[in-house]
Ligand binder design. Structure first.
Ligand SMILES: C[S@@+](CC[C@H](N)C(=O)[O-])C[C@H]1O[C@@H](n2cnc3c(N)ncnc32)[C@H](O)[C@@H]1O
Length: 397
């Protein structure tokens, strides 16, 4: 399969012949009782959410907020799935484009015997492209979809074709629960590839994103991989409309967070009819991002606090990462970029990263077959990825 690398940008293009096109998904979904879902929850999410609602709504300093997690209950996940089909929500289409072009290449790097764990799996329609490529390559892997709603895991996993080599499972819990689960000896010793798609990392503050990735790196061995999908779009109009679509689906999705808050609080604190969603694009010293807020349409009392129509509560942010900002994030996280695939406009990327334990001295940890080259990974206090054979293309740096 020809692979070319642009000598200036270092960007890889894979020219995939028709014979390697991903097979159309024939849905022979497993019966519901056969779907393996592991409950990895360590604490009741609803209890934590209640505490978070109270502390974020009444901060000691700074603006009022509500937890972003409120957006992802069963109804929220179904609304989010609708969002992913909107034309304005370019993120999903861009990522599908990257995966259609590159899934074969990405699958080649994931060794047989791996666990592939997707953190915040959502509706799975993108990851199926990668799973199909792994299946086509005859890679025997265990795929784990981790998300917050058991019912949604059941529903979405039921749409995954019954593969021969790829075994699918659900992990019901939070990212934190997933990290603890990965620490068990049986999981710790297995080759892993963590996936975080859909630019979910953009929901964290920049420093929090680095700590989150670093905490994941703690459960990885140095030859394990992370595949992270990140939105690099710097076009304010495009970003704004992605989160403020014509049909109002995204605002409905955000408003559902107030219904979820009422349920968690056990009373109708928010009358959804008298609240609206405000979206805004911001570009400042911290970079570009979209922010979503709630505002009452008339004076309302929330948990004893009077809120007037001009007041806002922030519930979500979606940070955009230029390539320079992404490189900085990997550095702060102790991760090393091994390869990157982007869409045709270069504003969405999938990054393959390996854990880079800066303080330890280790050598000869494995090889990565990228395209026609195998990279020998040697980890010292200073990292080097050296081609192990004749190199026709250079890795991205
Ligand atoms: C932006 S959506 C992305 C969904 C999917 N990965 C995609 O690319 O379309 C974020 C996903 O992460 C999940 N999520 C958010 N916070 C989470 C947490 N703390 N623990 C587990 N899942 C979480 C949500 O339920 C949702 O499915």
């Amino acid at each position: 399969m020809p692979i070319t690398a642009d000598s200036i940008t270092g960007q890889w293009t894979v020219h995939r012949p028709d014979s390697l096109k991903l097979k159309k998904h024939v849905l022979h979904a497993p019966p519901l009782q056969d779907i393996d879902i592991i409950d990895i929850r360590q604490a009741a999410v609803e209890i934590n959410l209640k505490e978070d609602i109270n502390s974020l709504f009444n901060p000691e300093n700074g603006p009022r907020r509500l937890p972003t997690l409120l957006l992802y209950d069963e109804a929220g996940l179904q609304l989010f799935e609708k969002i992913t089909y909107l034309d304005e929500y370019y993120l999903t289409n861009c990522e599908i484009q990257v995966l259609e072009r590159s899934a074969v290449e990405i699958a080649r790097v994931i060794p047989s015997g791996s666990m592939v764990i997707e953190l915040g799996s959502g509706n799975l329609r993108k990851v199926i492209l990668l799973l199909q490529a792994l299946e086509n390559a005859g890679k025997s892997v265990d795929y784990y979809a981790l998300d917050l709603s058991r019912k949604e895991l059941e529903r979405t996993l039921a749409h995954v074709p019954a593969f021969k080599y790829v075994r699918c499972h659900g992990l019901h819990g939070t990212y934190d629960d997933g990290r603890e689960w990965l620490k068990s000896t049986a999981n710790l010793t297995r080759q892993k590839c963590l996936l975080n798609l859909g630019s979910s990392i953009g929901n964290f503050e920049r420093d929090e994103a680095a700590s989150f990735l670093r905490s994941l790196a703690d459960v990885l061995r140095p030859t394990d991989l992370m595949l992270i999908g990140l939105d690099a779009c710097q076009d304010p109009g495009k970003v704004y409309h992605a989160y403020n679509d014509r049909e109002g689906v995204t605002h409905q999705f955000v408003l559902n967070g107030l219904t979820h808050a009422n349920r968690v609080l056990g009373e109708r604190v928010f009358d959804e009819a008298h609240w609206k969603v405000i979206g805004e694009y911001v570009f400042d010293g911290e970079g570009g991002r979209h922010q979503a807020f709630y505002a009452p349409t008339r004076t309302s009392v929330v948990m004893g606090t009077v809120m007037r129509p001009h007041e806002r509560i922030q519930v979500e942010q979606s940070l955009k990462y230029s390539q320079r900002e992404a490189a900085h994030l990997w550095k702060l996280s102790g991760l090393k970029e091994v390869c990157r695939w982007t869409n045709s406009d270069n504003d969405y990327g999938e990054w393959f990263l390996i854990y880079f334990p800066q303080s330890s001295v280790m050598t000869a940890l494995g090889t990565f077959p990228f395209g026609q080259i195998r990279y020998r990974v040697v980890i010292h206090p200073t990292f080097s990825a050296e081609p192990a054979g004749p190199a026709k293309h250079e890795p991205m740096e």
